[in-house]
Design a protein around this ligand. Structure first.
Ligand SMILES: NC(=O)c1ccc[n+]([C@@H]2O[C@H](COP(=O)([O-])OP(=O)(O)OC[C@H]3O[C@@H](n4cnc5c(N)ncnc54)[C@H](OP(=O)(O)O)[C@@H]3O)[C@@H](O)[C@H]2O)c1
Length: 339
């Protein structure tokens, strides 16, 4: 049977398990020119919160009653397509389900001998590419500069800090809790790590950045941004990747309007704050695969995966991601396969 997880209703604020519905249908059969994929890994990513909402965003919403969307690594179990054979492993966008039919478009064949296939959803996939392209194009770290990134133990943040260090910069990670901070410091080799749950977080961040901040890679927003902003140096660059702290709020935002204060700082410090969506930078994918692949093979870039077993656990794991419960790139192992 094909197990599928559907969007049951649009969440109000923090999603709950009632926003999802599981159903089972017979495994579909491929027609001529199609192939049947058996999903091995499903990637759970923060942007999925946005596609649960109605309304315009840079990614269209999932309709109620439709399968939740998402990137997957899958095994070809039956092929009626000339370019694919049974047993091949592919990167696909098949969503939260255990089987999918594909017409072969937008699939990327993976080589299990080159790297564990799950990395195509993490360090060697969209999150790793977001870190690479966002940091190098918009952050442009120089040797000796201080680069700060939040959600630093996660898929994007962990790569940002390690690439910053490869480029000769000082990497400061912000993460939630002592275990994540220890990992960022000891396993990933950042120069400093600061816990954003600490009561004196802003003070600790200031201590960790004695020469201020030259590049802030913005993943989070909220109270993390409030602590970072006064520490930005003249001509600092801030690639705005996304603001996970605000995913479950739809405004109006509480508190005094800080915009005049912040904009005055943008002016006087000549800051560059530039939003980006990873798809803007697609031309650099070949360079990313070559360079990041080498760094991962050399051990210069390390990664951690947080693998949840079984598709039915995807809703709870995704809800946890929005509360910082994941520790590393969050994946669901949907099935075991050749990959
Ligand atoms: N612009 C783009 O094209 C693009 C592409 C990919 C990803 N992104 C964005 O990049 C960011 C990181 O994504 P990821 O895939 O690497 O996720 P991740 O870091 O693996 O997981 C999300 C982490 O965010 C932190 N977090 C969650 N809720 C938070 C809150 N309310 N306040 C502060 N921190 C919170 C938690 O880490 P702690 O426990 O350490 O706080 C959590 O573990 C997300 O904002 C995502 O949307 C953007």
């Amino acid at each position: 049977m094909n197990k599928r997880i559907l969007l049951a209703r649009r969440p109000e604020g923090q999603p709950t398990s009632a926003d999802f519905r599981i159903e089972e249908l017979p495994v579909p059969a491929p027609k001529e020119g199609e192939l049947l994929l058996h999903i091995l890994f499903l990637s759970l990513d923060p942007y999925m919160r946005g596609i649960m909402n109605s309304g315009k965003s840079y990614t269209p919403p999932v309709d109620i009653g439709e399968v939740m969307e998402g990137s997957t690594v899958a095994e070809v179990v039956e092929s009626r397509h000339k370019d694919f054979t049974k047993g091949e492993i592919v990167l696909s966008y098949s969503g939260w389900q255990s089987y999918a039919i594909s017409d072969g478009k937008n699939l990327r064949k993976l080589d299990p001998a080159a790297a564990p296939v799950s990395t195509a959803l993490g360090v060697l996939g969209m999150p790793g590419f977001t870190a690479y392209a966002g940091l190098l194009n918009l952050g442009r770290p120089k040797p000796g500069e201080t680069v700060v990134v939040a959600a630093a133990s996660g898929a994007v943040g962990s790569a940002v800090g390690q690439i910053a260090r490869i480029k000769g910069a000082r990497a400061v990670g912000i993460a939630g809790g002592a275990d994540k901070c220890a990992f960022v410091l000891k396993e990933l080799g950042f120069d400093a790590a600061v816990d954003h749950h600490a009561r004196d977080f802003a003070e600790r961040l200031k201590e960790a950045c004695p020469k201020g901040i030259d590049v802030y890679f913005e993943n989070v927003g909220g109270h993390v941004w409030d602590a970072v902003f006064p520490l930005l140096n003249q001509f600092a660059r801030t690639p705005v990747c996304r603001l996970i702290a605000q995913y479950n709020t739809r405004g109006p935002f509480l508190g005094p309007d800080r915009q005049p204060i912040d904009m005055n700082e943008v002016l006087t410090k000549r800051l560059t704050i530039r939003g980006f969506i990873v798809t803007d930078l697609g031309k650099q994918r070949p360079a990313f695969y070559a360079e990041m692949g080498q760094w991962v093979r050399d051990g210069q870039v390390r990664y951690r995966e947080d693998i949840v077993e079984g598709l039915e656990k995807a809703p709870a794991a995704f809800i946890g991601l929005l509360q910082g419960h994941n520790f590393g790139k969050l994946l669901v192992r949907v099935a075991n396969g050749a990959g």
